[in-house]
Ligand binder design. Structure first.
Ligand code: 80O
Length: 401
């Protein structure tokens, strides 16, 4: 039966009433403790075994890279497949407080081949701006990179992976999780749309990512998407380590307005999530010059991450280079001009397209900056946490990689 697994899980069921008056915000299951959690891994089909993937080693990261590169999420027309780099996975999976125990793999016992994966990283997530429980943040995990090898898709491995990562997280007295998916399962917290801004329209049309507009020629399309040579925000520069304390403050102050957001808890966390890494994360700050205390004054931040896609079966172009909007805070510049600078920086880093969800204030600049709407939705979910009312995309302040 459809959703037989998710009907067994502590998530809001489709059948539950939407009426927001009676619904009590908070955990679906309460008063659990780590002592009551199974101490052994869940049963796998014969011939398969659990493993902890060691992402800190080049081989370990490479192994997960290869599994995802060949078997992870594709677009609805199976023309593109996400191709997270091994350096990206190293970054995404090893923030302060990470555990190799939460980088769960499934191997073929005989060959040791990695055929499935799921991951959790710790995060302090705030749900609801003024809900008493959620205000100071709930210790959760962010679940990502659930992947089963294409050849094992009929073995119902995904529910086992989800139960196992839940067990391994519960052992550390954490009972909530946040995750996103393109599919609808019980029950979306928010339904977001994605938008794309062409940076290299010729290539996007050649590979079938974009279509020529009606009554449009290629040269007209290229001209329409042309961007200024230079960025316009005075003081815009790459983020450096010294900026982290101010970035921490800017982020937590900015994110307080959203009903779903993470709380950055330390300078270490901000250094991890924002210091630039080639082909992984690009962060720029607006440095308004020296304040009275002789320190640089950081007023705005702009950031995007690199998530290329394999172009399936195209001999001319192997890869679609895509930049994904991360966190952007415009205090001096307008958000529109700051994001136009993001497009210019992404173009200069040789990205073909700039993607953004309609979360936070992103919908404010999409039209003017010539973003086009994508063909799918990204659903946000919470595990074991009920909310009175689903969120609008504008209330979402959480970016999952
Ligand atoms: C163009 O290549 C693609 C390859 C695989 C999937 C998709 C469509 C898609 N599913 N896109 C998104 O989920 C998406 C679109 C815009 C911004 N963020 C996104 O997802 C992020 C966040 C969730 N984890 C994947 C990356 C496109």
């Amino acid at each position: 039966k459809k959703h037989s697994f998710w009907e067994s899980q502590p998530v809001k069921q489709f059948s539950e009433e939407q009426n927001s008056e009676t619904v009590e915000e908070g955990p679906v299951q309460v008063n659990q403790d780590a002592k009551g959690v199974r101490e052994t891994g869940y049963a796998l089909p014969g011939g398969y075994e659990w493993c902890d993937c060691d992402i800190s080693s080049a081989e370990g990261a490479e192994e997960v890279y290869t599994l995802l590169s060949e078997n992870y999420v594709e677009d609805d027309d199976n023309m593109f497949r996400f191709n997270y780099s091994s350096h990206f996975l190293s970054w995404a999976l090893q923030p302060p407080g990470f555990k190799p125990f939460w980088h769960v793999g499934v191997r073929v016992i005989k060959s040791k081949k990695l055929v499935a994966f799921i991951s959790a990283i710790p995060a302090k997530i705030r749900v609801g701006k003024n809900s008493p429980k959620g205000k100071d943040g709930v210790s959760m995990v962010e679940i990502n990179f659930l992947c089963v090898h294409k050849k094992l898709r009929t073995k119902r491995l995904a529910p086992v992976l989800i139960r196992e990562i839940t067990r391994r997280v519960n052992l550390f007295d954490i009972w909530q999780a946040s995750y996103t998916a393109g599919v609808i399962i019980p029950t979306p917290l928010a339904t977001c749309r994605y938008f794309h801004r062409s940076l290299n329209p010729k290539k996007l049309i050649e590979v079938g990512f974009s279509k020529l507009g009606k009554r449009m020629t290629l040269s007209r399309t290229i001209k329409l998407h042309k961007l200024p040579q230079k960025t316009s925000t005075p003081g815009l520069r790459r983020m450096s380590k010294e900026d982290a304390p101010q970035v921490l403050e800017l982020l937590n102050a900015y994110l307080a307005q959203f009903d779903l957001a993470c709380l950055f808890q330390s300078v270490d966390e901000v250094e991890h999530w924002f210091l630039p890494r080639e082909n992984v994360i690009y962060t720029y700050v607006v440095d308004a010059g020296e304040g009275k205390d002789g320190k640089r004054k950081i007023t705005d931040i702009m950031s995007f991450y690199s998530l290329p896609s394999t172009i399936i079966g195209n001999e001319h172009h192997k890869e679609l280079r895509a930049a994904f909007s991360y966190y952007n805070i415009a205090n001096t510049a307008s958000l529109k001009s700051l994001m136009e600078d993001a497009l210019i920086c992404a173009r200069d880093e040789n990205f073909d397209v700039f993607n953004a969800l309609d979360i936070m204030q992103n919908a404010e600049f999409m039209k003017d900056l010539k973003f086009g709407i994508g063909d799918g939705h990204l659903q946000y979910y919470l595990y074991n946490w009920k909310v009175k009312k689903a969120l609008t995309p504008q209330q979402v302040g959480l970016v999952l990689l």
